[in-house]
Design a protein around this ligand. Sequence first.
Ligand code: NDP
Ligand code: GUE
Length: 367
Amino acid sequence: MRALVLLRAFSRAKAHTLLFSSHCARRHCHAPAKRERAKGPRILGPDLPDIWRSPPLDSTHPPPPLIDANQEINPTIIDGNSIAEEIRSRTAEEVHQMKDAVKKIPGLAVILVGQRRDSQTYVRYKIKACHEVGIRSLTAELPEDCTEDEVVDSVSRFNEDPSVHGILVQLPLPQHMNEERILGAISLEKDVDGFHPLNVGNLAMRGREPLFIPCAARACIELLTRTGIELMGKHVAVIGRSKVVGLPTTLLLQRHHATVSSVHAFTKNPQDITRQADIVISAAGVANLVRGSWLKRGAVVIDVGTNPVEDPSSEHGYHLTGDVCFKEAVKVASAITPVPGGVGPVTIAMLLSNTLDSAKQIYGLNC
Ligand SMILES: NC(=O)C1=CN([C@@H]2O[C@H](COP(=O)(O)OP(=O)(O)OC[C@H]3O[C@@H](n4cnc5c(N)ncnc54)[C@H](OP(=O)(O)O)[C@@H]3O)[C@@H](O)[C@H]2O)C=CC1
Ligand SMILES: Nc1nc(=O)c2c([nH]1)NC[C@@H]1CN(c3ccc(C(=O)N[C@@H](CCC(=O)O)C(=O)O)cc3)C=[N+]21
């Protein structure tokens, strides 16, 4: 085999060929253990409600204030790190309960092709997050010039591995590869990214339940609902329509009965649409695209964009910025997510949650 495939687990990451190990963090969790018997594999969708209810509000995330025309704005800066921590800690509890009940833990496999620095960083974050909640992580690293068949083989091995409940192929793939074929090789029951056409189709159709919802879309909804922001009947402008963020976010918002405008690269006068929106979610990948003048006074802003901007003064020669011009938006918005520290950490927490859900389905648990 031409490709050097490194299958490795989190803390044993050494440059050995075919090193295979696992690592699971031990958490001291005091939640009561549910001793449920596995009822055998279940491949039907989870019983998701048509609308995901807002979790009870706590004092950590007060809803944004109501804004009147002349009032000075003091926006809520939505803290993605603390919301992610809440989700991770709930996930860790459930992983612990699963271990008690069926002596198994969830496993997430990440496939990384090539040497992109940003992809390597995101994969590192995902592995670290798995470690924190007690999910086993496995990584297959393949070189940029490997063949498509080698990537598909790697997916197939993880499909067949019963200790793996979720498989993620880090995007983008090298240009010479057929993304559709590679993503299509992931078993539907392990598609924790939620990119399988059946998962996307079921998300789009009322009354149907996807097995998994893409993590960034779930993150946007979690950030809004946990901040006490109502979605039903609200006008939301979503900038971007990719399968990773824009499209699933639009679909998920519709399930919450929002009225959604989809803005993309061919939209004429996008600012005329965003200015009417109660909520603006931007996932274009264009730094500072959304100016203060694009927003209605009191709008809620969710900035998914994560764009590197050259910065000789910073340690790595660049810093990250969102799609939204934060210093302008903060003067107009009633609530806004920062970059970093907004959507990103919650997206990773949702990946853990999807992986846990997958393991729960496979072991027939509803803990
Ligand atoms: N924080 C997080 O958790 C995550 C952050 N990201 C970040 O989100 C951003 C988007 O990612 P992704 O969806 O994968 O990117 P893609 O490049 O796949 O999609 C970008 C989308 O934005 C649209 N777009 C591009 N330029 C403009 C513009 N000037 N005006 C309006 N729409 C525009 C494109 O329109 P068209 O379809 O017409 O080409 C496309 O639909 C990136 O910065 C990425 O790093 C991504 C995933 C998770
Ligand atoms: N199959 C696949 N699924 C994805 O979900 C996927 C992908 N491929 N390819 C790339 C994009 C991008 N993405 C991010 C996830 C987390 C942060 C994140 O954690 N950001 C932090 C830290 C940023 C930093 O400091 O480096 C923050 O915004 O605070 C960012 C971006 C997921 N994506």
